[in-house]
Write a protein that binds this ligand. Sequence first.
Ligand SMILES: Cc1cc2nc3c(=O)[nH]c(=O)nc-3n(C[C@H](O)[C@H](O)[C@H](O)COP(=O)(O)O)c2cc1C
Length: 406
Amino acid sequence: MSILNTPFTLPNGSILPNRLAKSAMSENLGDKYHAPTPTLINAYYEWVKGGAGLLITGNVMVDKMALGEPQNVVVEDRKHFDLLQQWAKTTQGSDTHLWAQINHPGRQAIGAINKEVFAPSAVPLKLKGASAMFKTPKPLSETQILDIIDRFGNTAKILQDAGFTGVQIHSAHGYLSSQFLSPITNKRTDKWGGSLENRARFVLEVYRNIRKKVGAAFPIGIKINSADFQRGGFTEAESMEVLQLLSAEGIDLIEISGGSYERPAMMGSAKKQSTLEREAYFMEYIEKARKITSKPLMLTGGFRTVSVMENAIQSNQLDIIGLARPFAVLPNLANHIFTGKLSSLPSPNPKIGIKMLDEVGSMEILWYELQIKRIGEGKKPDFKMSAYKALGHTLKLSLRKAFRKN
Ligand SMILES: Cc1cc2nc3c(=O)[nH]c(=O)nc-3n(C[C@H](O)[C@H](O)[C@H](O)COP(=O)(O)O)c2cc1C
């Protein structure tokens, strides 16, 4: 039997039935009220059937006035509680965990679909020609910061009541929490900026607010950057310090990733030769992290070979293997691995040939989002789908949202 098919017990006693997790992938499948659609819910039925022990949802936003994508699901009140319950019920009859990833985009909010954009400081994104898609953000006031922290807790509590078995704070990939951590995007001189202690205050307060509302037994995970991979950004040493702070607070699962829209290391852009040989992009970091925290570790980014994943667990480098893109084209990959049918995973790299779009990894994300839509529609993956189709689909959704008025 594969070691990947062995259970893992979190420190709070929750049991993940195996070591494979679907990492968060923004599905962009909310309706015009940002509630889950039947297509989104169906995709989760398929993933539950597929056998992964932990499914982490695509980012669920805490504020409908701050969207990363036009069809993000937003949870800020109980208006669509029945649909959230239906989403959570997809795991019924299985021991699969379903955790919702909670997020606020900060400056990575597409300009056309957000009336105003707020971030720790007024530092615009630099995206080689695509910068025009984003507005220069306005600095958040202290009152706004406290409101967002409270929103994270509120969203988590609603999701817990709806039946989700855990939540994950998105503190990676250049979104708001990650913007607070990075000295490039956080130029504040008040208690939310400057020293690492101050820059980490936001994520710690988010954690505390959620914990206060959901209680000790409910798993709270975090996805955090090993580094920004930018000069003057959040460093590996700082990331380690934040891991220690979160561990002392009682975080239940730490997922490691890296990068941002400006430097998409999470999609494999920062690969060194040593990384290519070891497959997973942030393996060196996680080995160091293992020495400074006793909390469970999950690693996401680049895993494609079953024996490499098995070795990582066998040698106790980490506890949970995170996979994203392969799950969008092969929803039942966990079962296939457990029955020995698969020894490596597919992960196409669709491109459109426009360097600036291909480089930021956004084309690939849009292509994979459409594959997730196909899963929800009961269709097979379309490996031949053109990246232009994915681009066209997203432009259509963005325009529709922009003209509907925010
Ligand atoms: C379509 C798509 C959407 C994504 N959305 C999110 C997201 O909402 N939250 C997040 O933390 N990561 C997101 N990611 C990044 C993945 O979770 C993961 O870190 C990345 O794809 C690397 O893992 P992989 O090599 O197994 O694909 C997304 C990736 C893709 C392809």
